[in-house]
Write a protein that binds this ligand. Structure first.
Ligand SMILES: [Zn+2]
Length: 318
């Protein structure tokens, strides 16, 4: 019900009769706060927000202090309620569902309606409303960085996101929780991928996976630190050189200078040394840089080329 105490938020023409929370046709308004004695606790003036039948029936706690946290609250109720529908899109692709329709399997018409249910649910939980204002005065005051956003959906917290994937896809909650601790929430997609591939685990299977991922992460960190350290050690006066479409990178030229490698024959004698030193780049990348260095040293045999093309010539003369 609209009430004079609650001012209706501005509704852009394109969104008339639209639920601000989920994008479905609006039938009603939600008054915020839920009762007049809570007005002093609100971060903005009391407002009436257009809502669909379902969203307007969702009850909310008294400690909700602004429209945006009310939206987070309602979205999370919708996510929990439609987890099974949302799970369809998490577990299947549209093509797989279409295939079930044509395969004459016992699933029958499951594919088309299942995908439609997924799309409706996904659109509703991803709908982000429009900017809030009353009489064209914008409402502000919200900490937009709170909560956890993944794949276009904002969850109340990282934990409610994990709960959602447990409900929607049947992943092992403990595995996903611990994986996110190891790889950090920024790489939630990676943790989720591993969890989707490893459902229904025994205690020891779970431990094995966690141990393996933790080890991979430590190794990767060492490689990154090493690469960063090496990057910092590169002499900035040395420049990359392009020869016949290949690059002799500054770090490989610096290495050659430091080893006293002055020509191709020298380089051949130090080949193993080179690959030991730059192993961290990975085989193909190390080979490419070695090849670039070879071509550079070959080109340097030609004095004219050196005069015209070698930005590092002064360094070789020291
Ligand atoms: Zn709604």
């Amino acid at each position: 019900m609209k009430d004079t105490l609650f001012k209706q938020i501005d509704i852009p023409f394109d969104f008339r009769h639209t639920c601000w929370f989920c994008g479905e046709p609006s039938q009603d308004f939600i008054n915020l706060p839920a009762s007049a004695h809570l007005i002093p606790k609100l971060e903005h003036e009391p407002i009436a927000i257009p809502a669909c039948d379902e969203c307007s029936r969702i009850t909310f706690p008294n400690d909700i202090r602004c429209a945006w946290s009310l939206r987070d609250h309602i979205k999370n109720i919708l996510i929990a309620r439609y987890a099974k529908h949302l799970g369809i899109g998490e577990n299947w692709t549209e093509q797989e569902l279409v295939d079930t329709e044509f395969s004459g399997s016992s699933l029958g018409g499951f594919g088309r309606s299942a995908w439609a249910m997924f799309e409706i649910a996904k659109t509703r939980v991803s709908f982000s409303g429009w900017s809030l204002s009353v009489d064209e005065v914008p409402l502000v005051n919200y900490d937009e960085i709170s909560g956890f956003t993944f794949d276009g959906t904002k969850f109340l917290s990282l934990n409610s996101c994990i709960d959602y994937y447990e409900k929607a896809t049947g992943i092992d909650k403990e595995l996903l929780t611990k994986l996110v601790e190891i790889v950090k929430p920024e790489r939630f997609d990676y943790a989720l991928k591993i969890s989707k591939l490893n459902k229904r685990l025994s205690h020891s299977e779970r431990l094995d996976i966690l141990e393996e991922v933790a080890l991979q992460e430590t190794e990767q960190e060492e490689i990154d630190n090493d690469a960063q350290f090496r990057q910092r050690c590169i002499d900035v006066s040395i420049e990359d050189v392009m020869v016949e479409g290949c690059v002799a990178p500054a770090f490989s030229i610096q290495w050659a200078l430091s080893k006293g490698v002055r020509n191709l024959d020298h380089l051949c004698a130090f080949e193993d040394d080179y690959f030991d030193e730059f192993e961290y780049l990975g085989g193909p990348a190390a080979f490419m840089t070695y090849n670039g260095l070879q071509l550079y040293l070959e080109a340097r045999k030609n004095k004219r080329w050196v005069e015209d093309n070698d930005p590092n010539r002064a360094l070789w003369e020291q």
